[in-house]
Design a protein around this ligand. Structure first.
Ligand code: AMX
Length: 433
């Protein structure tokens, strides 16, 4: 059986050649224009980055190598209850091909073999105050693994540019393999009195992570397979992915670039929204004094939140203009696996109530739920109520997409990223021309 690395190398060499020729013949072809409003508006929609692993459509949502989430659920090798294994998605993102079950099992075994975490990492985490936010612990844990970077060592030894991708591949595979252990360590340290659970190498990536967190429930394993698959990648322009790409383009190794991206994911407008959603719902339940608020009560609470000048977490998106298919996939999971949960019913009632209210504000471009509107309620259902941890779960998943994309970037010889900035004087001069 051809290894993932061999398969990737064949695809990457072919695409590298093809892109060189396209660039030579059509490098001056205009593919976009930039408006003043985009410069002052967060660079929305400006096409400026190559990202092989996935592409986002405003209406249809995310496509991983052309496949939608329902298609992935159908096609990727799955766990016993039919949820796709994220190992398969990683294979797909690197090769463009749906792997066989044997190939996915081989990747699971490879990651188990690479999963040893240096003791120093645990010592570093243990030196932090226990109430340090889990995302801060996560980036520190990733940074504590950096001294093991193969890319850094080989670069210092004079590795030629043609080998960069190989070293980045090795670092990325090691990092992905180790992340669940580090992430579970943070959870057990922060919330379970430091009673850690050893990995079980008979399990797949998701089930083993669930196991180390403290659950061997078959339904929760399935949720983790789905969760780690759907959060993996959302094209290159989102804040965490773009950060990893930017930092990686300086030839900082995957530990450095991934940690940088996780600091972006930790912001409340991005990945931290998954914590903010459930916090907001818990506060609403507390304020209203009921576990199952009516739609009218929810509408009042939403209006109060807006009146206080805050956003409704889990709603809106910089690119999407329809309900996020990642929200829909989680809703379908809940419909299949969970019967009559007040919290999940509340999430669905919020979905009925919020969009018309946001639309009524007349400024929100997308009133629909994003991925974060649903995930917390599922986690609470399976006993994981410690919402300050939720973004770490997101981060473990996001590693798959951004690190796969990083391997592609080095294989395609992508240069240092360096877009242009301008001053307000320059902008005014354009207006007054
Ligand atoms: N609640 C209240 N107001 C909102 C809103 C929401 N959920 N979403 C957008 N708006 C407001 C904006 O704050 C902005 O107001 P302003 O002009 O007074 O500053 C206005 O509507 C226009 O914003 P936009 O163009 O529709 O959105 P954007 O591209 O600037 O921002 C996002 C996108 C996600 C940051 C925004 O929708 C938001 O803050 N949502 C809540 C936080 C959230 O769920 N983030 C997670 C996103 C998914 C992810 O990365 N994990």
């Amino acid at each position: 059986m051809e290894s993932l690395k061999q398969k990737f190398a064949e695809k990457a060499i072919a695409l590298y050649q093809e892109l060189r020729e396209i660039n030579k013949a059509h490098g001056d072809l205009k593919v976009d224009e930039v408006t003043l409003g985009q410069i002052t508006g967060g660079a929305r929609s400006i096409k400026m980055m190559l990202w092989e692993t996935s592409q986002l459509d405003a209406i249809k949502g995310i496509r991983f190598r052309g496949y939608s989430i329902p298609e992935l659920k159908e096609l990727l090798p799955s766990g016993p209850q039919g949820e796709p294994k994220p190992e398969g998605l990683f294979w797909l993102m690197l090769t463009g091909e749906i792997p066989t079950a044997a190939e996915v099992d081989g990747l699971t075994a490879d990651w188990h073999a690479r999963a040893g975490v240096p003791d120093q990492v645990f010592k570093t985490l243990d030196s932090l105050p226990e109430d340090t936010h889990p995302m801060t612990q996560f980036t520190i844990g990733i940074m504590a693994m950096q001294p093991t970077s193969i890319f850094e060592r080989r670069y210092a030894e004079g590795m030629p540019k043609s080998e960069y991708w190989d070293a980045v591949y090795e670092d990325s595979m090691n990092l992905i393999a180790r992340l669940p252990r580090v992430a579970a360590y943070i959870y057990r340290r922060a919330f379970k009195g430091g009673k850690h659970i050893a990995p079980d190498t008979t399990l797949d990536y998701s089930a083993n992570y669930a196991h180390m967190l403290g659950s061997d429930d078959e339904d929760f394993r399935s949720l983790m397979r789905l969760y780690l698959t759907i959060h993996a990648d959302h094209e290159g322009g989102n804040a965490s992915a773009h950060t990893v790409n930017l930092v990686g383009s300086t030839l900082s190794d995957p530990y450095l670039s991934f940690a940088a991206g996780m600091n972006a994911l930790a912001g409340p407008l991005h990945g931290l929204a998954n914590q903010e959603v459930i916090k907001w719902i818990f506060e609403m339940i507390e304020a209203l004094g009921t576990d199952r608020p009516t739609k009218e009560q929810i509408a009042d609470y939403v209006n109060n939140t807006l009146a206080e000048g805050k956003v409704i977490p889990g709603y809106g998106h910089a690119v999407l203009r329809e309900p996020d298919p990642r929200f829909t996939a989680q809703r379908k999971f809940a419909e299949q696996y969970i019967k009559d949960s007040n919290l999940i019913t509340t999430v669905w009632n919020i979905f009925d109530v919020v969009p018309p209210i946001l639309e009524g504000l007349g400024k929100v471009k997308n009133p629909w739920p994003n991925v974060d509107a649903h995930s917390g309620a599922l986690l609470v259902h399976y006993g994981f109520r410690e919402y300050s941890y939720y973004t770490v779960l997101f981060g473990v998943s996001r590693a798959l997409g951004v690190l796969a994309a990083g391997i592609w970037s080095r294989a395609l010889g992508m240069p240092l990223e360096r877009p242009k900035s301008v001053t307000s004087d320059w902008l005014k001069a354009q207006v007054n021309k």
